[in-house]
Design a binder for this molecule. Structure first.
Ligand code: SAH
Length: 400
């Protein structure tokens, strides 16, 4: 990591609009807001100043990314050293002790939301999986790994440095088993035994952000209900629904995900789940033609809108699956529909589902408006931290 020659901190000045953003609580400063004539050539911790020279605090500087500065601390007198990172990790742990219940798997560090930009750490029982996505955090990776080992003594530690955003920071993609000799990790989640392959799964292994929604949606199920888990991945919703005695069909495009889901079902003592490898768009159309019906349907698609420009086509995708699902719901049936795209706001998703309901001639009652699990904190001044929506509706005929 770069440091100034005289032992003085490196400094970066930012424009008044950048300083306004900083004062507004947002941790990112874009390159267009930098005002220093010279900038560090490599990743560095820098003291941020406004154009009048007032120091604002400390930030990580990324030489390649358009997000040039990421706030570490708004206190200019803070010292960004090993002790700083140890305290940040301990604070993150304290928050999880406060908000995580009933699960040995959870997100321990959620990047900016925990004041550790570019670092995500997930816990799966005795295992830890981490991901670094910024150049400055990558420069201190050995220190972070040591701290994780000292503080949490994981039996298994996996580096999942394979997120494509790393390329924008000039970082390579790699996954590595740092501690332990098998990437398989087990944890109990809401009384269920679940196993993850931390090297092979999507994300760091699982979609832990949906964890509280698995339980919340399953709370609406009753024994014998016919349920469809639309984009099941490794069966998060399906397993929780089956644990309530429901009859579950679970669909995904990914065979490896379904195979792991099936192994997880075998670890738990409940009736069979029908795992199906299919494209849900096609399957819903077929089921409509066959006049199939369900009591509860979960739709948790991948982010259709990865950028703002994709919003229109994404909205059409969301509308289509919701419309098709609604047609298959019996009166009194439950729809749980999710979007993990930050660009699709909750109000936009509500509007899309409303349009789908009108076209399907159904009347929906909103019964829950949920978001990501609390170990993925939503910061009020950082809209990007609120990305997951999970809306639950009860569906009636429009003629009611
Ligand atoms: N519900 C899961 C997470 C789903 S992630 C959980 O809570 O853990 C989205 C999933 O959708 C991925 O597993 C992906 O393989 C699957 N997928 C993407 N497009 C699909 C399609 N057209 N039909 C069915 N599954 C699809």
């Amino acid at each position: 990591m770069e440091a100034s020659s005289a032992g003085l901190p490196l400094e970066v000045r930012i424009s008044p609009s950048g300083a306004g953003r900083w004062a507004g609580g947002h941790p990112w400063i874009y390159r267009s807001d930098l005002r220093s004539p010279e900038l560090p050539k490599s990743p560095a911790v820098v003291l941020v100043r406004d154009t009048r020279g007032h120091s604002l605090g400390w930030a990580d500087y990324s030489p390649r990314s358009e997000i040039a500065l990421r706030r570490l601390c708004a206190d200019p007198s803070a010292v960004i050293n090993r002790e700083f990172w140890r305290r940040r990790l301990q604070d993150a742990q304290a928050w999880r002790q406060r908000v995580v219940s009933g699960s040995e798997a959870y997100r321990l560090v959620a990047g900016e939301a925990d004041g550790m930009p570019g670092l995500v750490v997930d816990v799966y029982g005795a295992a830890l999986s981490y991901q670094i996505t910024t150049a400055a955090m990558a420069a201190r990776e050995p220190e972070i790994v040591e701290l994780l080992q000292q503080l949490f003594s994981p039996a298994l530690l996996v580096a999942r440095n394979d997120a494509r955003v790393r390329l924008q920071e000039g970082l390579s993609l790699e996954t590595r088993l740092m501690v332990g000799d098998s990437p398989l990790a087990r944890a109990r989640v809401h009384g269920l035994e679940i196993e993850w392959d931390l090297l092979a799964g999507q994300k760091s292994g699982g979609y832990l952000d949906q964890r509280e929604n698995w339980r919340a949606v399953a709370a609406w199920a009753q024994p014998g209900m016919h349920c469809l888990d639309g984009f099941t991945y490794q069966g998060g919703f399906a397993l929780h629904l089956a644990a309530r005695g429901a009859q579950v069909e679970a669909v995904d495009l990914s065979r490896p995900a379904l195979e792991r889901a099936e192994r997880n079902a075998q670890l738990n003592p409940f009736g069979p789940i029908a795992w199906m490898e299919a494209n849900l768009f096609d399957l819903l159309r077929e089921y409509d033609a066959q006049r199939r019906s369900f009591d509860l349907i979960v739709l948790d698609p991948p982010a259709f809108a990865k950028s703002r420009s994709a919003l229109d086509s994404a909205s059409r995708g969301y509308k289509e699956i919701n419309l098709r699902a609604l047609k298959l719901l019996r009166p009194g049936g439950i729809l749980a529909t999710c979007s993990c795209s930050h660009h699709v706001s909750e109000s936009r998703l509500l509007q899309i589902v409303a349009e789908a309901a009108l076209d399907a001639r159904k009347r929906l009652k909103v019964v829950e408006r949920r978001t990501q699990a609390l170990d993925h904190p939503v910061l009020l001044t950082v809209p990007e931290t609120h990305y997951l929506k999970c809306l639950i509706f009860i569906c009636e005929d429009v003629n009611y």
